[in-house]
Design a protein around this ligand. Structure first.
Ligand code: FAD
Length: 190
């Protein structure tokens, strides 16, 4: 697999933050939207949908070739027709996984354990961001999933998420069940 941060074979410099896929080409789903720089490519509405008014100005500026706008779009004003980037996919996946762990039984049946193991082990095979999947594969092999009950599973998942957080230079989360339940099941107490 090529180094995801190296330049493609034509030696054109990669935009900062652009990640290459296993085929050596820029990988859309591995790259944050703000680093995906179609500055030379005017944006257009899809399926006849017009961008919302706030977005229209951004799109017009991008179409006019303003690289400052094209490289730093506000993620909250991304048009709804945009496919997910690595960050949106990540947030959605973590939301699904942590919430599923929070509602996993205290005493799962063997069938539930098997299905949870299948779900977790399928992620490194199927996750569309290839370098994320590759890191996860190594991480899961070094730290086999604990599917014995919701407390153990919530902690295991929190630690795997923390491994990614550390790699990305983000803060680590407190993996106590009180904190993971507060975030993913109960909400704050007051
Ligand atoms: P996220 O990290 O998506 O977190 C969402 C919310 O979860 C946070 O707001 C916080 O409230 C809560 N949270 C944070 N940490 C924890 C924790 N440890 N336990 C419980 N809750 C927590 N991105 C890359 O750029 N490179 C990668 O290699 C990569 N690998 C990934 C592997 C997997 C399996 C997944 C699902 C995602 C991966 N991502 C990767 C995406 C990355 O983890 C983030 O989802 C993305 O950067 C968006 O980050 P965020 O700051 O919005 O919050």
């Amino acid at each position: 697999m090529p180094d995801p941060t190296s330049s493609p074979s034509d030696n054109k410099p990669l935009p900062p933050g652009m990640v290459l896929g296993p085929d050596g080409k820029p990988c859309k789903i591995c790259t944050a939207f703000r680093n995906w720089t179609p500055a030379d490519k005017p944006k257009r509405a899809q399926n006849g949908k017009q961008p919302a008014p706030g977005i229209a100005a951004t799109m017009a500026a991008m179409a006019a070739g303003s690289s400052a706008v094209a490289r730093q779009p506000d993620p909250d004003t991304r048009p709804e027709y945009c496919p997910p980037d690595v960050e949106q996919l990540g947030r959605a996946t973590w939301t699904f996984l942590h919430t599923t762990a929070a509602y996993y039984p205290e005493k799962p049946t063997s069938n539930q354990r098997v299905n949870m193991l299948t779900l977790l082990r399928s992620l490194p095979v199927l996750y569309p961001c290839s370098h994320c999947a590759s890191h996860l594969d190594t991480n899961i092999k070094e730290n086999p999933p604990d599917v014995s009950g919701r407390v153990a599973l919530s902690r295991w998942l929190c630690e795997r998420h923390n491994d990614v957080n550390s790699r990305l230079g983000k803060l680590r989360f407190d993996c106590s069940i009180e904190k993971t339940d507060e975030r993913w099941k109960n909400g704050p107490s007051d």
